[in-house]
Write a protein that binds this ligand. Structure first.
Ligand code: GDP
Ligand code: MG
Length: 311
């Protein structure tokens, strides 16, 4: 399949004969471990991971470069049924990534039998005739050995022609074999990104995501789903530290009160945990100035969804 990525090779970097490259879209229902796998393959945290579904909202690139190949992973929001404008934007992002990919890596949860969402995705993938699909059965660490055969057969039945692999993104098991399967499926091509580039996102975007991750980890129910985080200011200081001014936008006043908490305690905890994660990313000290504002019902509002950078 031809890729439609509007990219030119990074020309200053010669590559050996037979160099392979291309786009690999990570598909799969929410919570199967797509972001965890991306971080494991890149050995760096660029995608947020939470135990709750639908936390990945926008397209996230992860670039894996070796001397003989370059794989550009596209982590997509899970494929779901849209409920509001934000969901619609997320679905469009996910589908565009599937159409543009050289290879689709379909991730499923091996520790659970296929559900309706898996069947819908399988049907979509069977419809993409020219696409190469690889089936990855993740969370093998949760699968007792005597259940492996049943699990593999149940998922393979949904997409019989696809090469498959059993892996644990969390434990890093099977990741090397998976890389080999992907390289086998990729076409020959140039290096699209410079060797040292791991993602297309700016540090400030990842920082905003790391704050949003804490909202999901520390707050219950619907509050985090209606949140969006914007980094308004990101200043690197001469001593290598960074000053970050970020705003958490929420849909309601009641949500704002929850996020701030009694005497600001909740917000302090969110900020402290996010700061630790951002410091791992920037490898330096971070001063995080965190604010909370209300943007009523922004998820229903197409313009607000766009303004916050989705779709
Ligand atoms: P995504 O929605 O598909 O991006 O899923 P995430 O990467 O955010 O992971 C969802 C949850 O599954 C998180 O709690 C992860 O820690 C967990 N998870 C991901 N991969 C594995 C795995 O291989 N084994 C186990 N036990 N848990 C995993
Ligand atoms: Mg994700």
């Amino acid at each position: 399949m031809e890729s439609h990525h509007p990219l030119t090779p990074a020309e200053d970097e010669p590559v050996p004969e037979g160099h392979k490259s291309g786009f690999v879209a990570l598909a799969g229902r929410p919570n199967v471990g797509k972001s965890t796998l991306l971080n494991a393959l890149l050995q760096q945290k660029i995608a947020i991971v939470t135990p709750r579904p639908q936390t990945t909202r926008s397209r996230q690139l992860g670039i894996l470069t070796t001397s003989t190949y370059q794989i550009v992973f596209v982590d997509t929001p899970g494929l779901i049924k849209p409920r509001h404008k934000l969901d619609e934007a997320m679905m469009e992002t996910a589908q565009a990534a599937l159409l543009d990919a050289d290879v689709i890596l379909w991730l499923v949860e091996a520790s659970e039998p296929p559900g309706p969402a898996d069947r819908i995705i399988a049907e979509q993938l069977r419809g993409l005739r020219e696409a190469k699909v690889i089936l990855a059965l993740n969370k093998s660490d949760l699968l007792p050995p005597e259940k492996v055969t049943t699990a593999v057969e149940a998922y393979r039945a949904l997409l019989p022609d696809a090469p498959w692999i059993l892996l644990s993104a969390l434990k890093g098991q099977g990741c090397e074999e998976l890389q080999q399967l992907l390289v086998d499926a990729l076409p020959e091509g140039p290096r699209y990104y410079p060797t040292e580039q791991v993602t297309e996102s700016y540090v400030r975007e990842i920082a905003a995501e790391l704050i949003r991750e804490q909202l999901f980890l520390q707050l219950r129910e619907e509050v985090p789903y209606g949140s969006v985080v914007r980094v308004e200011e990101f200043k690197e200081r001469e001593d290598g530290s960074a000053y970050i001014n970020a705003v958490i936008y929420l849909e309601r006043d009641s949500h704002k009160r929850i996020v701030i908490g009694h005497k600001g305690e909740q917000l302090r905890q969110i900020g402290a945990a996010a700061r630790i994660e951002i410091e791992k990313l920037t490898e330096g000290k971070v001063f995080l100035d965190l604010w909370v504002k209300v943007e009523p019902h922004w998820r229903q509002n197409e313009r607000a969804v766009k303004r916050f950078g989705y779709g």
